[in-house]
Design a protein around this ligand. Structure first.
Ligand SMILES: [Zn+2]
Length: 455
């Protein structure tokens, strides 16, 4: 009996022997405390082995003879899954067009990702797509890309008038136009359909129905301005909501949060957090000059700064925005966040980066810290940027946890992020699709971006 059990064990040992390991490991990160994010735990003193862009093993230090081509010494630091921002906007040629900026150079996508990588963000979901974003995404397919995972929405479908001008938005005012737009975006290869405001109910329903036919999910606002309620929008089949504040704007009393919980659980829908919209509105109402002179602004695409952040084009900096409005919205976001997380409604971290003063990458740390300020634990907050999107957002299933078989995206930080999320703010290194980027590599990426943007 004992012998029978021993034979397979011996066989496994033979397969895992040193000769075999030599052929099967590109990179090891040794002597790290692994924060796997599949559960709330820290695995002390592990070595993470990577081959072909995937994690192949996580072993106790010294438990296995390591013969990896490259070993990075972790010095007892913490290794966690790469972070994902599930609601961003990227610089795109459409911005220049939409805001009438002439002579803009083509978008420098690698430069745009420097701030994300330097902040440990290895996956993004773009909430307003465009042809150049799609082309960059496709240019990375089949490569072991050194850039974050890029999943992109279609251009935003909106009724009239649009909040953001075309071509970032497309105005659709008839069911036929809505269906035609969905067909066009499905054929072009966008990952999902984004809806915004002022959609007439019959146009909204035509978009939802056609997206279902084409196998795409729909994410976006609770379309304002045409009398569609939260219940209408979710019952029609919208699969995700782009902001917690879309619920806050609809809610009459705090107890409405429980109604939304039931509706969201019933449809299996998920919600992006974007607390940043409120916290950054408040910060720039209080101190616009301080916000625009932050050191990180030189790494932000200048076109976006010109189009959105500069004083004449920024809706928060004109002295008319009411801080009390944003404070109440932020409080309500907190009520919703706590209720959703407690009930198991999937909330995914989203920052709305590139909106005024919402700095790519850096803002994800602010988002997670705002979640903790709003009353969830660091582990619950960190899950929204790792394990939750892996479970609910198409295109992220292979990310978000450290385990054999997962894509090798990870962040190395000094302290335990489950105790204090500020440990995430200065990564010592980032692994992206199995490529190791040291702190010096990350800094060089930022320098290159600043040089590109200064031209
Ligand atoms: Zn957005």
């Amino acid at each position: 009996m004992l012998l029978r059990r021993l034979i397979p064990a011996l066989l496994l040992l033979a397969l895992a022997g040193p000769g075999r390991a030599a052929a099967r490991c590109d990179l090891a990160i040794a002597h790290v405390n692994v924060v796997p994010m599949s559960r709330e735990t820290v695995l002390p003193d592990r070595t993470v082995q990577v081959q072909g862009g995937r994690i192949v093993a996580i072993v106790k230090a010294g438990a296995s003879p390591l013969a990896c081509r490259v070993t990075v010494e972790g010095h007892g630091r913490y290794l966690l899954p790469g972070l994902n921002d599930l609601h961003v906007h990227l610089d795109t040629a459409g911005f220049a067009q939409a805001f009438g900026i002439r002579g803009a150079p083509p978008v420098d996508f690698p430069a745009g990702f420097a701030l994300y990588l330097a902040n440990g963000v290895t996956g993004v979901r773009v909430m307003s797509g465009g042809p150049d974003i799609l082309a960059f995404r496709d240019s990375q397919k089949g490569l072991r890309s050194a850039f974050p995972r890029l999943v992109t929405a279609s251009p935003m479908l909106s009724g009239a008038p649009p909040v953001i001008p075309e071509p970032i938005t497309r105005v659709v005012t008839t069911p036929d136009a809505g269906r035609a737009a969905v067909d066009e975006y499905a054929t072009a290869g966008y990952d999902f359909i984004k809806v915004r405001d002022n959609l007439r109910p019959e146009v909204f329903r035509a978009i939802l129905a056609q997206a279902k036919v084409r196998g795409l999910y729909v994410d976006g606002h609770i379309s304002q301005g045409q009398g569609l309620s939260v219940a209408d929008v979710l019952a029609a089949g919208q699969h995700a909501v782009a902001h917690l504040d879309n619920f806050a704007l609809a809610m009459k009393r705090d107890s409405d949060a429980q109604t939304y919980v039931q509706e969201l659980l019933a449809c299996g829908c998920f919600v992006s957090s974007t607390l940043q919209v409120e916290t950054n509105a408040l910060r720039q109402i209080a101190d616009y000059e301080g916000m625009i002179s932050r050191p990180s602004v030189k790494y932000v695409p200048p076109l976006a700064v010109k189009a959105f952040w500069s004083k004449p084009n920024n809706g928060y900096a004109d002295g008319k925005a009411d801080p009390a409005f944003f404070r109440e919205l932020y409080r309500q976001d907190g009520v919703l966040l706590r209720a959703f997380v407690a009930a198991g409604v999937p909330v995914v971290a989203g920052t709305d980066a590139l909106n005024p003063m919402i700095t790519p990458g850096e803002s994800l740390h602010e988002e997670l810290e705002a979640m903790v300020e709003s009353g969830v634990t660091p582990y619950q907050a960190l899950r929204t940027a790792t394990a939750v999107p892996a479970r609910v957002v198409p295109g992220f299933a292979d990310l978000g946890e450290l385990a054999p078989g997962k894509t090798a995206n990870a962040v190395l930080v000094e302290g335990n992020p489950l105790k204090d999320l500020t440990a995430l703010r200065a990564p010592m290194g980032v692994m992206i699709n199995g490529h190791w980027l040291s702190r010096a590599d990350l800094a060089r990426g930022l320098d290159r971006a600043a040089a590109s943007y200064a031209r």
